[in-house]
Write a protein of this length. Structure first.
Length: 162
């Protein structure tokens, strides 16, 4: 999703839960250039990513952003609380189930189910990427298609079904 968002020049916000104690975002996810398109990396101690700094950034981006695509860890805590907060704010939330995990399959499945019942849409990274570009003639199709090929097998093997 990060490759697609960069290719499509979409603002991407990454939050890091208490990085002093838990560490920063893994190096494989290069988040160094997120400010380029209006996003950024924010430290937080809240479980929801809607900490004051992120809320301020979203206010700066304006009302034109009505849909949010979420990926991340702890489906039953951080992802779920972020989803509930965004839904309460009247936003549409799309959860990429193949890019969301938890410490246990039960926590993951339960968090995703609760978020869906609250109004979030369960989807996949491939589905979202293709929906964003709509056709193979889109200028970002090749970049997105290659990213999907590179990650698809490793993701399929690592996640428990819902």
């Amino acid at each position: 999703m990060l490759i697609a968002a960069n290719s499509l020049k979409m603002p991407t916000i990454v939050t890091e839960q208490y990085p002093k104690g838990l560490g920063h975002t893994v190096a494989e996810l290069d988040v160094s250039n997120l400010n380029t398109f209006g996003g950024g990396v924010y430290e937080k101690t809240l479980f929801s990513m809607l900490c004051p700094e992120v809320k301020s950034r979203l206010d700066d981006l304006g009302e034109k952003y009505t849909d949010f695509v979420l990926c991340g860890i702890e489906a039953h805590v951080c992802v779920q609380q972020t989803t509930l907060d965004l839904l309460d704010a009247g936003k549409s939330v799309h959860l990429c189930v193949d890019a969301i995990s938890s410490g246990s399959p039960t926590d993951r499945a339960t968090g995703l189910r609760r978020s869906e019942r609250a109004g979030a849409y369960l989807t996949t990274t491939e589905s979202i990427m293709m929906e964003l570009i709509r056709e193979k003639d889109h200028p970002s199709f090749k970049v997105i298609s290659n990213a999907l090929k590179e990650t698809k097998l490793s993701l399929e093997d690592s996640l428990e079904p819902l």
